[in-house]
Design a protein around this ligand. Sequence first.
Ligand code: GRF
Length: 198
Amino acid sequence: MHKPLPRLAILASGRGSNAAALMRACRSGLVPAELVLVLCDRPGAGFLAEAAAQGYPTVVEPRQGRSREAQEAALLAQLQARGVGLLLLAGYMRLLSAAFLAAFAAPVLNIHPALLPEFPGLQAGERQVRAGRLVLGASVHQVDAGMDTGPVILQGSLLAQPQQSEATLLSRLRTEVEHVIYPRAVRLFLDRWAADGV
Ligand code: GRF
């Protein structure tokens, strides 16, 4: 009998281009998992329509008007109701609390627009570009309660061309690096997980 596929959820806040790349990778089989939930904290985010059009269940758990504890409790209830075993943050603009991570008790991965441990925190892509780095990179890491401090799973990079604008370099970083390494990192993580008998 086949082992059931791991159950994944994506949690995002913004543009959702990494969420879209992950959805594509689940559809194509590059990520051998069942995407059972696409979560967002911002009503009307564009990628929600794309997810719904592809038949993925979507849920919005807004931050506004609620305490962090209440919002995280709502996120947790959604994840537990669908038996999610791996949560992928894709531009989720808030730190998850240690209490949430302990209660969820399953791995959480994140994509960060810099070569960690360099440039943790917000606006990391902009900061690496403005620092004049020739090699611009991104990292997929496991999430712990710190700010971008969890173990790195995979990194990727590109060579900046000096005549290119900041906007162009940030867009290249997303499309040429982030959208490529995030699905691969999830795949790598799942392979290792399966090999460990999880
Ligand atoms: C990406 O740069 C990602 O590394 C960071 O937030 C941004 C999200 O972009 N965590 P998008 O919403 O996936 O387009």
